[in-house]
Design a protein around this ligand. Structure first.
Ligand code: BES
Ligand code: MN
Ligand code: MN
Length: 456
């Protein structure tokens, strides 16, 4: 089994096919793109079919459909369930893109487009690796593809689909490329993801917008109040002050933390990449710990009052914010949402009313790093990168991974190929051609080693 010659021969086509997917703006958060999201599902279906699946179907849900396909070569062989998502984040602010987000271009060895890395590019590596194995008669496992269109909005409908289709989704392992590696010369495998609780708050002061001269000073300004309430949720050590916030947090041993600290990290490079003269975070923890094993509370958006051109002297009636909490193992998303809500309602001064609306959530996971599947992934990366990958916990969230475990009893292998510098969710998202092709090269080895190790 030799993926490289096949990749060398077909790489231009691999890139142009990915471009076709990237041209469809499948933004799940914005209903304006509904037709495009549906069109992307059709396109993904065709691609999986053409690559050699026996059957591919578009499974409807209450939201966007799930593309499901399979190739069963022998029911007695192990089965790998590949998960990915075809939806993408909104592209705005559009004016910060150097080329239009849905007109993919190749520039300096990178593919620039919304979704290039997260997750169309990474998802499509699996389709092309599958094509290679089909074309060269080297597929050693059964494959099931499950590609959803609502990951970026919380995967609620996929959760229902998984719970209702346990037989169909029977597999030995879930394989996902929707995470990253530390660097192109420091391969790594993700063994942890944070959970999430996302909510929106509304603070209401007077029943209408007021002249800030006639009323200013005598009534509560909801924007000021919201800012004070948000500021009050962290103390001088950047500890979150919501009562009970840390109660369930998994505490790592000194040994585990020492092990984690071995992963290469340069604070200087980190600051330089973000144009920061200093970093900021919870006292007592390293940067890597702050973005993996510690929970957070962040404002993702805040608005209210007059934000148009020029000035308007006004005290707004309402102020709003979107707030996320990243959670770590043992913190339950629903419980954290309740703790936040209780705190926020209690912290509000009597001069305003507050309303908290929960959005989506998801649970944190830690995946095993001693399983057959982990070993197969580690061997595959070692084979193609020439270095053994480092296991590490990521700060991002993929809510369905915890549900795969709780509903199907299945662990996931998080073998992603992106880089933190790929700017996912940001303007100018890109994916290295090196990473794209490296993924296509590595995936077939995973199947080979997983089949071999499963036999023993
Ligand atoms: N692929 C990302 C998550 C990710 C990226 C994990 C890099 C680890 C490394 C995924 O598409 C994502 O963005 N998830 C959301 C959660 C979702 C509920 C909106 C996130 O983490 O914000
Ligand atoms: Mn993703
Ligand atoms: Mn994402």
């Amino acid at each position: 089994m030799q993926p490289l010659p096949y990749i060398e021969k077909n790489k231009d086509r691999f890139i142009s096919e990915l471009f076709e997917l990237l041209r469809i703006p499948s933004v799940s958060a914005d209903s304006k793109y509904k037709a495009d999201v549906l069109k992307t599902a059709e396109a993904v279906k065709e691609k999986i079919k053409t690559a050699g699946a026996d059957t591919v179907e578009i499974c409807p849900t209450a939201g966007y459909p799930i593309v499901y396909g399979e190739k069963i070569i022998d029911p007695s062989l192990p089965t790998v369930l590949v998960y990915g998502h075809y939806d993408v984040q909104p592209a705005d602010p559009i004016n910060l893109w150097t080329s239009p987000p849905f007109e993919p271009v190749l520039k300096d060895g990178n593919i620039y487009a919304r979704g290039a890395c997260d997750d169309k590019g990474q998802m499509y590596m699996h389709v092309k690796a599958f094509e290679f194995m089909m074309q060269t008669n080297s597929l050693p496992c059964n494959i099931k593809f499950m590609i959803e269109g609502e990951e970026e909005i919380g995967s609620d409908n996929l959760g229902i689909f998984v719970a209702n289709n346990k037989e169909k989704l029977k597999a030995d392992i879930i394989l996902i490329s929707d995470t990253g590696i530390i660097a192109n010369d420091i391969p790594s495998l993700t063994v942890g993801l944070r959970g999430l609780s996302y909510l929106e708050v509304e603070v209401t002061g007077p029943n209408r917008d007021l002249h800030s001269g006639l009323y200013g000073g005598a009534v509560a300004n909801p924007i000021n109040v919201l800012c004070e309430m948000i500021a009050g949720m962290k103390d001088e050590n950047n500890h979150i002050t919501i009562p009970g916030f840390y109660d369930d947090v998994e505490v790592l041993s000194t040994e585990e933390r020492a092990e984690m600290a071995k992963a290469p990290f340069s604070l200087d490079e980190y600051k330089k990449a973000l144009d920061l003269s200093d970093i900021n975070g919870e006292k007592g923890y390293s940067t890597n710990e702050r973005i993996s094993i510690r929970p957070t509370l962040d404002v993702n958006g805040i608005w209210g009052g007059y934000t148009g051109e020029g000035a308007k002297t006004v005290i707004a009636s309402k102020a709003y914010a979107k707030i996320s909490m990243r959670l770590v193992p043992n913190q339950i998303s629903d419980k954290m949402t309740k703790l936040f809500t209780a705190y926020f309602e209690k912290a509000a001064p009597p001069s305003v009313k507050v309303k908290v609306t929960p959005h989506h959530g998801g649970e944190a996971v830690v995946t095993p790093s001693n399983s057959v599947a982990y070993k197969a992934a580690s061997m595959a990366m070692e084979k193609t990168f020439g270095k053994k990958p480092i296991p590490f916990r990521s700060g991002g969230s993929i809510p369905i991974v915890a549900m795969f475990k709780s509903e199907l009893g299945l662990d996931s292998v998080l073998m992603g190929f992106g880089l933190d510098s790929d700017a996912i969710h940001s303007p100018n998202e890109h994916f290295g051609v090196f990473n794209y092709l490296k993924g296509i090269e590595t995936i077939p080895y995973f199947y080979q080693y997983f089949a071999e190790l499963s036999k023993k």
